[in-house]
Design a protein around this ligand. Structure first.
Ligand code: ADP
Length: 375
């Protein structure tokens, strides 16, 4: 039903990439229009017929027991189309990019090379302070590995309101196999796999955690064995489905679940040269008067800022030239708007502060040392 669909929409952070199975030249682009909506509303249109045909075909490949309504919901709201992210859009994080290429992108593009000892891991955890590019990395992985990208936040899987989260989990994994190669990206994985949710938390979230772990194990087993029966083959390629998860609170994940992520990649705050790269990129198409020395000062004072803090700072500073115009803003020609100045950044630095405290940062560093990979 529409209500639950819009609820899932607001909880999944990013979406829309060209339909994985499509015949149209251009993907359905408007944010308001879903794939399925269009196909039912414009049934006259040949292209739309193709789409609904594709959906029917996809659904027909799902194993018995997968709820079709949930599957449609996933196709509509969880499969990401459009707004592609590429490696170059992400400042720094060279180590993480390298690890992801090796663990996901190359195996997906050359499955023949990555078997036996080279069998890729079925899960990878990206952890670190908020706003450091974990979501961007996951999206870049999907783009670069030409995979279907399923993006879901834990809260939409555990919400009591859904009450149907187990079905959703099953449909998610079922579709991922049918549409393989696939990346299942779970944001805020801590809330799904937390130690607490196995205890007193309400039944629904405990059940979706269990279902998630079962589905994920099946995937691991199928991929490791590779001895897929004809029936399994019809239901998709389990060896090319990977769970990528992100968390700002890795210590909340219970131990058993943590061990299942063979790879745990630390996504740290940006270093000096990465902040410089990001600031320069943000300013590159702007009318500004910052000298190299000004930029250097900014790079220094933004120590401890995350990538998203830096973006927020630059956006706020860019508003500087407009702020004192008042109503004149409405009729001042573009070429008379003054350039962005260093002073705008100085002013913005009063309100835009780093989102992680030094104490908070230490917690990440400790966890990374105990359980993570750096780079
Ligand atoms: P996370 O998932 O780690 O919380 P996101 O990937 O959602 O963070 O990043 C939030 C926003 O911050 C991005 O949309 C982008 O504008 C900016 N950002 C964060 N890290 C980077 C980075 N490494 N390079 C470029 N932009 C970044």
């Amino acid at each position: 039903d529409r209500m639950s669909i819009s609820a899932a929409k607001s909880s999944s952070a990013v979406r829309r990439k060209p339909p994985p199975v499509k015949r149209r030249e251009t993907p359905p682009s408007s944010d308001q229009e879903s794939w399925e909506q269009r196909s039912s509303e414009e049934a006259e249109d040949e292209d739309e017929d193709a789409d609904s045909h594709d959906i029917t075909k996809i659904l027909s490949k799902l194993p018995k027991g997968v709820d079709l309504q949930s599957a449609r919901q996933i196709l509509n709201d969880i499969v990401v189309r459009g707004d592609e992210v590429h490696w170059d859009d992400i400042a720094g994080l060279e180590g993480a990019k390298k690890a992801l290429k090796e663990a996901v992108v190359y195996p997906f593009l050359r499955p023949d090379l990555f078997s036996g000892l080279r069998e890729p891991a079925r899960g990878m955890l990206l952890f670190g302070p908020p706003g450091t590019g974990k979501t961007m990395l996951a999206r870049a992985v999907a783009t670069e590995s030409k995979s279907t990208f399923f993006s879901i936040s834990s809260s939409s899987l555990t919400s009591k309101w859904h009450g149907e989260s187990e079905k959703l989990v099953r449909a998610l994994f079922g579709l991922a196999k049918v549409l393989a190669p696939s990346i299942i990206f779970v944001d805020e994985i801590d809330s799904l796999l937390s130690a607490r949710s196995s205890g007193s938390e309400h039944e629904a979230s405990r059940r979706s955690k269990t279902e998630f772990l079962i589905q994920w194990s099946d995937l691991q087993r199928a991929a490791a064995g590779r001895e897929q029966s004809a029936r399994d083959k019809k239901e998709g390629d389990a060896s090319r489905v990977l769970v990528l998860a992100a968390t700002n609170m890795p210590w909340d994940i219970d131990e058993a679940a943590r061990r299942r992520f063979v790879r745990r990649q630390y996504i740290p705050l940006p270093e000096h040269h990465v902040r410089e790269q990001q600031l320069r990129k943000l300013l590159s198409h702007q009318h500004h008067e910052l000298s190299d020395e000004d930029t250097e000062v900014l790079v220094h004072v933004t120590e401890g800022f995350s990538g998203s803090d830096i973006t927020a700072l630059a956006k706020d500073a860019a508003m500087g030239p407009l702020r004192n115009l008042g109503e004149a803003l409405l009729h001042t020609p573009m070429d008379q708007i003054r350039p962005i100045r260093f002073e705008d950044f100085e002013a913005s630095l009063y309100s835009i502060r780093p989102s992680v405290s030094p104490d908070g940062l230490r917690k990440y560093e400790d966890w990374a040392r105990d359980f993570g990979e750096r780079g």
